[in-house]
Ligand binder design. Structure first.
Ligand SMILES: Cc1ncc(C[n+]2csc(CCOP(=O)(O)OP(=O)(O)O)c2C)c(N)n1
Ligand SMILES: [Mg+2]
Length: 563
């Protein structure tokens, strides 16, 4: 790191050097933006410049890259594609993923004269970014790029947008005296790990020690902080059952004796039952949002609660707190573990047994579905096969809608080395995000689970995956429709919808395996549950992009949340 060593260089040279310095290995874009920078990247760096089929997919790939690595994912679009890119930042914003979006923007010389393709894009980025700024003078490249990485990786991480002057960001050809200085601190989130004050930890621990029936609800902050091992150790030391949010599913493996599952709306019944039977809820790294709490019914508002979060504004937002702890999840939980009174665990034997009984009841209730041989395949069985055969170091990437419900509720991680990333609400996120995750972690197996409606959104990116040999495995739960909508349409038609109503949510039958093959990927069609393990093994071993098209039952509805 140097300061005060300015050199005459172009914006393109500076940006290429800085992205390299920040450890960026891939950027995702639709041309034409920052063309000169791309040429400099080729001359000066090894950065892979993935030219993809849509700006939203580029943003989702950057998002998957970011969630898999903790490093900011970078995506780019020219001015006409800027709002497509902004649309794709919304999931990263909701999930707190550090994504840096770069777009071309208006040149003051052409503003307000109906120049081709331009509108003012800046307002559209406001609601989906932590920092939304213009770069109007080439001499500002160094400090603005540093600020982008600084904002994306600090506090609660999130997206940033830089708009560069020129509809294709042609400002990058201009020269200035600059230093492409980078700050290694901000290569990866969390950039800082704020320590909580000791008194707040002791106050929280006192309340936990006294509780006979506490439960931990672990959220995405645990995965962002890399705090899973500390969290599980604390739960074990004090014998506290652990539920997770959907975003925090990989905070604890599903086969751990203290795991009760995902709570909230896209959830497992056992988790909601345990959370609602608790006498104290310990929220760790969760916003206590509507999805995690089933719109504040799990737990009920008024349940005694403690909250640990890096973001002070999150503390007590939805649940009045008996104690609030402001700090990074990993250091906070580690400190709590060091100060924990393990003797107090003794009083929770009956509670842990009760939680385990509730989990066993859930397994009994769904045993038939989880082991069903039905044709078309039951999604529950598909999830059970994935639990059983998922590689120990896999990154599991899951779409929303029924995909989120099936996998959130029915799938179990079985190793602390497995990761789980989920759409924060956008249908179609998972497939490109899985490709981005594979770019970030090429040595790890990536298995994406999506419905057919979700897969259709960005199906063109199969070609991108083939061109760049991104060997992610995509499992399509193909039921020929968006059947999460079935329940809702049954309801509005007074219980049972007309046959014609199905035109609102069903598709024609398409064989995605054949499509994938035509596009150069490995395609495998699976029509019986028994055939799935071999298909997964073949896809994982193929070392090229693979699509497993699983023909499932369109009448299968995921269970709704219990309160
Ligand atoms: C961008 C976006 N638009 C619409 C929705 C609403 N939505 C949620 S699930 C769903 C259908 C899902 O269909 P599919 O992916 O095939 O999964 P299935 O429910 O059939 O298993 C829709 C339209 C959404 N979540 N995101
Ligand atoms: Mg479907």
């Amino acid at each position: 790191m140097q300061i005060g060593h300015n050199r005459r260089m172009t914006g393109a040279q500076c940006l290429a050097d800085m992205l390299k310095g920040y450890g960026v290995t891939h950027v995702f874009h639709v041309p034409a933006v920052l063309r000169t920078t791309f040429a400099e990247m080729e001359r000066r760096t090894e950065i892979k410049r993935l030219h993809v089929h849509g700006e939203k997919a580029a943003a989702y790939m950057a998002d998957g890259y970011a969630r898999a690595s903790g490093k900011p994912g970078v995506c780019m679009a020219q001015v006409i594609g800027a709002l497509n890119l902004a649309a794709g930042l919304r999931d990263a914003y909701l999930a707190h993923a550090p994504v840096i979006a770069m777009t071309g923007g208006r040149d003051p010389r052409w503003k307000f004269r109906k120049v081709y393709q331009e509108i003012d894009d800046m307002p559209a980025f406001e609601p989906v970014t932590k920092f939304n700024a213009t770069v109007d003078d080439v001499a500002r490249f160094p400090d603005m790029v540093r600020q982008a990485f600084r904002v994306a990786t600090t506090g609660t991480p999130g997206p940033v947008h830089l708009q560069f002057r020129g509809n294709e960001a042609q400002i990058d050809v201009e020269e200035a005296d600059m230093e492409p200085l980078i700050e290694p601190q901000f290569i990866r989130a969390p950039a800082f790990r704020p320590e909580p004050d000791e008194a707040s930890i002791r106050a929280a621990l006192q309340i936990i020690h006294d509780a006979a029936r506490p439960v931990i609800v672990a959220g995405g902050g645990v995965r962002a902080s890399g705090a899973a091992a500390e969290l599980v150790a604390l739960a074990e030391a004090l014998q506290i059952p652990v539920a997770t949010s959907l975003n925090g599913k990989d905070a604890i493996a599903g086969n751990h004796p203290l795991s009760v599952g995902v709570c909230g709306t896209y959830s497992r019944e056992s988790a909601n039952r345990v959370v609602n039977a608790a006498d104290l809820v310990v929220f760790v790294g969760t916003e206590t949002g509507g999805m995690t709490t089933h719109f504040w019914a799990v737990p009920k508002i008024g349940t005694p609660a403690i909250q640990i979060d890096i973001e002070p504004q999150a503390l007590g937002r939805n649940y009045p707190l008996a104690a609030a702890v402001n700090g990074d999840a990993k250091v906070t939980v580690a400190r709590m573990l060091a100060l924990a009174d393990r003797v107090s665990a003794g009083k929770r034997k009956a509670w842990v047994a009760e939680a385990q009984k509730i989990c066993a009841e859930w397994r009994d209730k769904y045993h038939a579905a989880l082991t069903s041989d039905a044709v078309p395949i039951r999604p529950e069985r598909l999830c059970a096969e994935l639990s059983k055969h998922m590689p120990d170091d896999a990154i599991v990437v899951v779409d929303t809608g029924h995909a989120g419900m099936w996998m959130g509720g029915m799938f179990d991680l079985k190793s602390p080395r497995q990761s789980y990333m989920r759409s924060a609400g956008h249908l179609g996120w998972a497939f490109p995000a899985g490709l981005g995750a594979k770019c970030a972690a090429p040595q790890r197996p990536v298995v994406t689970f999506t419905g057919d409606a979700g897969f259709y959104y960005h199906i063109a990116e199969v070609e991108t995956a083939v061109r760049w040999n991104i060997a992610a495995v995509t499992v399509v739960n193909n039921n020929g429709g968006g059947n999460q909508s079935k329940r809702g349409f049954d309801r509005v038609y007074g219980g049972k919808q007309t046959d014609k109503a199905r035109e609102l949510w069903t598709f024609s039958k398409v064989n995605f395996a054949r499509l994938a093959e035509d596009m150069g990927a490995l395609g495998i069609r699976v029509e019986t549950a028994a055939a799935f393990p071999a298909a997964l093994a073949q896809a994982l071993a193929a070392n090229r992009p693979a699509v497993i098209d699983v023909v499932t039952d369109i009448e299968a509805l995921a269970p709704v949340a219990v309160t």
